[in-house]
Design a protein around this ligand. Structure first.
Ligand code: G6P
Ligand code: ZN
Length: 582
């Protein structure tokens, strides 16, 4: 057995190592500075404390983006030096974020070991490559992101760090081959266990969904399917699940080879960045080929999803509402009923209406998946989702892109169970329109202003907060912009008291609530790595059956105009148009 020694390396703090909503995300050129990653990892070990580190089993893997392989070797050596007993690595360093959560919760090592935490190496939907982003976040024993108490401690440690520990004499481990490699350290044995990236996750999915029913749907000649992993880690799961288990054609998989730079693309599953899928599904340009019945895309670490029907876009806010409305009948895991449902504040109120009609517990939380985790740990929530293309359930403590696709396939399978030989399948669009006619429709759009000057973004937000204090002034301004928009009856900065741990989160976005149920929400993104991103969320509820079939942009045009003028968007940002509209 190769032996290693522990070496203590002197270091000095770096500015700005504060983990955001989903860990620390910076440009690769920042991460490759000597000691930069090491400082953050040591600060994490120190924040966790010896009882969660000494003798522990930890997972290290991610979406495979550029710098991951180097980072994994560094973390292995630092873990060994800090007294960790074993490190689990997905083959080639690949594990999707939901798979990491599943591995922490479900995987049992050959010697009976269980993991108690994970370093996830991802910057999610941000581009990758030498000039793009890298990221790292820590997840806890429940499989969810570290709570603020821990991330605050990590940050404070990064401001005072003086040294880190790293194993000397421990060679790089070949992470391309599965199997266990053991080393001898001063405190005893240290193992690195490289395992198949997909098998634990596939097993979990099979325990949740009726794979046979989905298989039947997929094998119907009337059904066709397309999954685009945007060259993210979702590709490592797409073939084992959709092709090997469910019998889809290999040609249904698009961009399913994980790449360090995501093929030069922006791995964010939305109408702007998932161009190839959008075209194949017949949205945008008119194509000559008949589009598939169902299409979906994932982001870099495969926790986000976009669901499309033939020439039809399902908004994420509608998606979670429709999954919640159909879960009990269509998905065996939920056959006993839903414990509750939850959405983030900027997500549309489509889920609220379902919760009310089905008499389900309902929660509105700030943006960020960790808030759902608390509810789930307390047994209060089964299904949740966010407008930012995140959907999931209490099977793990992260959002789950492939789970969402399987949920939709399950609903389609259920709706078509007696219809597979029929004239025409019940389509994604049919399901959504049916949902609108039962519950009403929430027209919804989001405008993103990316990489805006940070000071100007703050000024815009401050202006909106100030404006909120006088509703009569707000309504005068609105009247001057459009007379066909209803009036604001309440405005505030969203604040959340966690019903489980009582913690309070303030300044979670500025809301303007209108008399007719419309909403305008302004937020600063917490996930960018450069400048500031302003997000503007625009929503309007329509119950009149004769008005639910309009084009979303037409229906929302008056509110959009009000939002842009009321916030003086162009004045503050210098932008005449958003970077991305979803
Ligand atoms: C990550 C989190 C999500 C959150 C999103 C918000 O993806 O996991 O829970 O909704 O970030 O991003 P933003 O850029 O709007 O802060
Ligand atoms: Zn992601």
């Amino acid at each position: 057995m190769v032996m290693f020694k522990v070496s203590r390396v002197e270091t000095t703090p770096f500015d700005g190592q504060k983990p955001g909503t989903s860990g620390l995300r910076k440009k690769v050129k920042v991460f490759v500075q000597p000691h930069y990653l090491e400082n953050f990892v040591q600060s994490t070990f120190n924040a966790l404390g010896a009882d969660k580190v000494t003798g522990a089993t930890l997972v290290v893997s991610g979406d495979g983006r550029y710098y991951s392989k180097d980072a994994i070797q560094i973390i292995i050596k630092m873990a060994a030096a800090n007294g960790v007993r074993r490190i689990w690595v997905g083959q080639n360093g690949l594990l999707s974020t939901p798979a990491v959560s599943a591995v922490i919760r479900e995987r049992v090592g050959a010697d009976g070991s269980k993991a108690t935490g994970a370093f996830i190496l991802t910057a999610s939907h941000n581009p990758g490559g030498p000039t793009e982003d890298f990221g790292i976040k820590y997840n806890m024993e429940n499989g969810g992101p570290a709570p603020e108490g821990i991330t605050d401690k990590i940050y404070s440690n990064t401001t005072t760090i003086k040294e880190y520990l790293i194993a000397e004499g421990l060679p790089d481990v070949d992470i391309s081959i599965t199997g266990v490699t053991s080393f001898a350290g001063p405190e005893g044995q240290f193992d690195v266990d490289v395992f198949d990236s997909a098998s634990d996750y596939v097993k979990l999915m099979k325990s949740i969904f009726d794979f046979q029913a989905i298989q039947k749907l997929i094998s119907s000649p009337k059904f066709s399917f397309c999954y685009d992993a945007l060259h993210g880690v979702g590709g490592a799961y797409a073939k084992p699940i959709f092709v090997d288990e469910l019998g889809a054609q290999e040609s249904s998989l698009l961009n399913c080879v994980p790449k360090e730079d995501f093929g030069g693309g922006h791995p964010d599953p939305n109408l702007t960045y998932a161009k190839e899928l959008v075209a194949r599904m017949g949205l945008g340009k008119t194509s000559t080929e008949e589009p598939p019945e169902f299409g979906a895309a994932a982001d870099g670490d495969a926790d986000r999803n976009m669901v499309l029907g033939k020439r039809f876009f399902v908004t994420p806010s509608d998606s979670v509402a429709i999954i919640a409305a159909n879960a009990v009948q269509s998905i065996p895991y939920f056959s006993g009923g839903l414990k509750g449902v939850a959405r983030s504040m900027p997500t549309s109120a489509a889920l609220d209406v379902v919760a009310k009609n089905l008499n389900l517990k309902f929660f509105e939380v700030p943006t960020g998946w960790k808030f759902f985790g608390n509810l789930m740990d307390a047994g209060m929530c089964s299904v949740c989702g966010e407008e930012s293309f995140g959907t999931g359930s209490d099977h793990i403590r992260e959002k789950d892109g492939i789970w969402a696709v399987l949920a939709w396939l399950s609903i389609l399978a259920y709706k078509n169970k007696d219809n597979l030989g029929g004239e025409k399948l019940v389509s994604v669009e049919d399901i959504v329109r049916q949902h609108w006619s039962t519950y009403g429709r929430h027209y919804y759009t989001r405008y993103d202003y990316e990489n805006v000057d940070a000071a100007s973004a703050k000024e815009l937000m401050a202006y909106l907060v100030k404006l909120e204090s006088s509703l009569s002034e707000v309504n005068d301004i609105i009247k001057g912009i459009r007379s066909d928009v209803s009036k604001v009856v309440h405005a505030d900065e969203f604040e959340y008291k966690d019903p489980v741990d009582g913690s309070i989160s303030k300044h979670q976005g500025i809301r303007y609530l209108f008399e007719d149920g419309s909403r305008l929400v302004f937020r600063l993104s917490g996930t960018g790595s450069e400048g500031a991103t302003i997000r503007l969320y625009i929503e309007q509820y329509e119950q009149d059956p004769s008005k639910i079939g309009r084009e979303s942009q037409d229906a929302l045009a008056p509110l959009v105009e009000v939002a842009l003028k009321l916030s003086k968007m162009q004045e503050f940002t210098g932008r005449s148009a958003p970077t991305v509209i979803t």
